[in-house]
Every structure is written in C-alpha cells, then in structure tokens.
Design a protein around this ligand. Structure first.
Ligand SMILES: [Zn+2]
Length: 446
C-alpha cells in the first residue's frame, strides 16, 4: 500500500513523505480547498486494473469510507486496484453533496474558472490511463430502487441499492468487460444471496444515458463509457442508517468485481458488521510539524494550549485517507471524513528547534526516543535532563518548578483532566529550547 500522490490547492504546503513510518500510507492535507488522494495497489503478478472512485458526493459516507478501507486494509496479489477515496474532499469534510455544485454533472464541458475544474481534469486523466480496464463510481443514493412505484422510498426513481449502467454493452469486439449489463446482473445476483435484510436487494438500473438521460450525460461514468472504459455507478441506500452496512455492500460489490476481473486480493479484517465497524473506527494518527503526534482514537474533542507554529504554517500528516484539518479563527479542527474528531486550541510558538533521541527513564530502563513517539510506563517516567532543553509535562505540576526534566513522575502525580484521551491514560510531554517549541512525546499509563 502506498500513496502515489496527493494533489494540492496552490496555496498548500508541500507533501512530506516517509518522515514517520515508511510502512504507513500518509495523506497530508492543508490549504484552503482539499484535494483528493490517489492510491495504487499493484499486485506482484500483472493483470487487470480496476479504478474505484469514492466521494464524488460529499454527503454519501458509505461511498467514501468503503474506498478508504480499500486503500488501507487490502493487499493486491494479482492485477491492480487503483483508488481515489475522496474525489470531492472539500465537500466530504463539510458533509455536503457539492460545495461548488454537483461534481457529477461536470464531466462534459466545464469552465476553467470552476473551482472543481482541476479535480475533474485530474480524475479524467486517471480514467483515461490505458491500464484502467473498469471504473466504479461509489454513491449512497436515495431510497430503494423498484421497477414499480410503491411509495416515495421504494420506486423506479430511487437510486439506492443499484448498479447503474449507462448502456448495456460497449464495443464488445474491442473492449474487455464491455458486456456491462451481463456483468452487473452476475454481480447483483451474487450479492443478493447474502443480504442483511431482504428489502436491501440490489438491481441493475440502466439509465440508457445516450438516448434518455440528459443529466447523466454529464456524469463521471458516462465520461468513462464514451472513452471506451466500462463503468458502473454503485449505489447503496441513504435509507440504511448503519454506515458499516453500507460499507459492507460497497466492499462486497467491489470484491465481486475483482473476482470477475481476476484481481486477487487479501483483506486484514472480517467482512462482517463487527469487523467493518472495527476497521472504520481505526482513525490512526495525525503528525504535526514532524514534532508531535496524536492518536485519533479516543482523543478528547477539545484540546487546549497545543504548541502550533507562530507563522501558521503547520503541516498535518494523517495515515487515514480521509484525514484533514480546517483552520478556524481560534482553533484547528481535525476531521476524518465528515466526522470532526477534535478541535485544537493553539498556543503559538516559534518552531526553530529540531531534536531527536532524547533519553527517558521509563520504569528504570533508559530509552532513547524521538519526538512524536508514545512510550508506555507502569510505575514512573523521568526525562533525563539536557542542558539546552526545558520540559513541561501536561497534567503534572510541582510548586516553583519551571523545568520538569529529572523529576520522577508517577501515575498518581498526573491529573486525569489534562489527559489527551477520554480514558485518562495519555499525557503530553513537551520539549522547549529557549522560546522555541521542539516537540512532544506521549506518555501512556500501562
Ligand atoms: Zn451520489
């Protein structure tokens, strides 16, 4: 798994690669408007390439959390899986269909002045890549599709629980997988054998775009089809409440498609409600300025006195594809998709101090640790004094002491209300050199 590139708004700062953990996928998002990430999962054995695009609509979380799991929890052994989990990232964070209008109606002609122009151009280029043999565009649609009108939820106009095709076939002689109707029928038949609820059954919906559906002629899938790439709109239902259920259907459809395309994969969680829920809850970490890291699981929803950059040029790196920050007037909000995980209220510092390998006595054993790391202690910890550094442990205070290095700090010395996490186990150890902020470590009670 690797992040090939993340493309940024012009005002964003550069991408920092491989600073913390070579093995983790990193997404670095900053700047005024967020741009999508592109993940290429290539198998050791060559084969077909499937492109999965999520999040064209920002208020359809099944459509972007499913590909986020693909990017981080799947491994491809044969063929390739290319993933754009968060096409309309700005709208995802704001939980709106399209902040700058409906992006899925911008694939025919589009003015260069349109804020979505660059995004649409980039994804078109990826679709056009000769390696791409199939395109899936993921949505959570309204209601449940039925051939006959039953009510406002179950009817022929509903998009929910469908595989949408623009036409039945695509130049069968020259285009592999051009038999779209047949493929969609096969996939939905297989999926319908293992539904959570009989009402959830999937249908193939052919919009017959060329002749009948003017609006769909402006869509991503129609762009793909007219460029001789078989494409499906994949819709779960907005009327299914549990995110994990929508994500399960999306992933099952994608896995069925991979089987048909002879793409071999592995996944590191069980494809059931519990397994998906657990994977969805693993928000990972955010690294800030290569100096500080927060575990996003169980993080308090408000954190105060966070040492950020005086010049407001902070760099945030997430290992979750949907991780992003929004700078507000008085704080920085941290998001995973449409979920606000925490708000950081800053205390501003110069950041011209860079240190590593500080010695910390952890339960009697001396360890050499870097900024951003977490260490666990059972009895106590003590930062070994260094002449140039001042240490401040958040949640600890001793009368008249300005520098807390060299002090044995036990669990009972820490005030729970200052912990980073809701559980009261994680505490921030801050390092300063004169007026400059150097970084933090996290001390975790075992
Ligand atoms: Zn949609």
């Amino acid at each position: 798994m690797r992040l090939l590139w993340v493309f940024f708004a012009a005002c964003a700062v550069t991408f920092a690669a491989g600073v913390w953990d070579e093995n983790q996928t990193k997404a670095h998002q900053s700047g005024e408007f967020l741009r999508f990430g592109f993940y290429k999962l290539d198998g050791a054995v060559k084969g077909n390439t499937l492109l999965v695009v999520g999040g064209v609509h920002g208020d359809e979380p099944g459509g972007y959390f499913a590909p986020a799991l693909l990017a981080t929890h799947y491994r491809i052994k044969k063929g390739s899986l290319w993933i754009v989990p968060n096409l309309n990232f700005e709208s995802i964070i704001r939980n709106r269909r399209g902040v700058f209008g409906d992006m899925n109606r911008k694939f025919a002609a589009l003015k260069e002045s349109d804020t979505d122009y660059e995004t649409v151009q980039k994804i078109k280029e990826i679709i056009d890549d000769p390696q791409v043999k199939m395109v899936l565009n993921l949505h959570d649609g309204h209601g449940f599709y039925r051939e006959r009108w039953e009510n406002t939820i179950f009817n022929p106009k509903a998009w929910g629980q469908t595989l949408v095709i623009d036409q039945k076939t695509l130049e069968l002689d020259s285009v592999p997988f051009g038999n779209m109707d047949e493929l969609a029928t096969k996939i939905t038949e297989n999926l319908n054998k293992r539904l959570k609820d009989d009402l959830h059954y999937f249908s193939v919906r052919n919009t017959e775009t060329r002749n009948k559906d003017e609006a769909m002629r402006l869509s991503l899938t129609y762009y793909a089809v007219t460029h001789l790439k078989p494409a499906f709109g994949q819709e779960t239902s907005k009327n299914i409440n549990a995110l994990a259920v929508k994500v399960e259907y999306h992933l099952r459809l994608i896995e069925e498609m991979m089987k048909l395309m002879d793409i071999e994969y592995e996944r590191d969680f069980e494809l059931n409600f519990k397994g998906i829920q657990k994977a969805l809850n693993s928000y990972g970490k955010v690294w800030i300025n290569d100096k500080m890291a927060f575990n996003l699981i169980d993080l308090r929803n408000v954190l105060r006195f966070i040492p950020l950059d005086k010049n407001k040029e902070d760099r945030f790196i997430f290992n979750h594809p949907l991780g992003a920050v929004k700078r507000r007037e008085d704080r920085v909000d941290i998001y995973i998709g449409n979920q606000r995980v925490s708000s950081l209220y800053p205390q501003y510092f110069d950041q011209n101090c860079s240190i590593n390998l500080v010695q910390v006595d952890v339960d009697g054993r001396t360890r050499r640790l870097n900024m951003g790391m977490t260490f666990a202690f059972a009895d106590y910890f003590k930062v070994i004094p260094r002449e140039d550094l001042r240490i401040n442990v958040i949640g600890f205070s001793a009368e008249g002491v300005k520098n807390e290095s060299g002090i044995k700090i036990a669990k009972k010395d820490l005030e729970t209300r200052f912990s980073e996490d809701v559980g009261g186990k994680m505490y921030r150890v801050e390092f300063y050199r004169n007026e400059d902020f150097c970084g933090t470590m996290n001390a975790r009670i075992k």
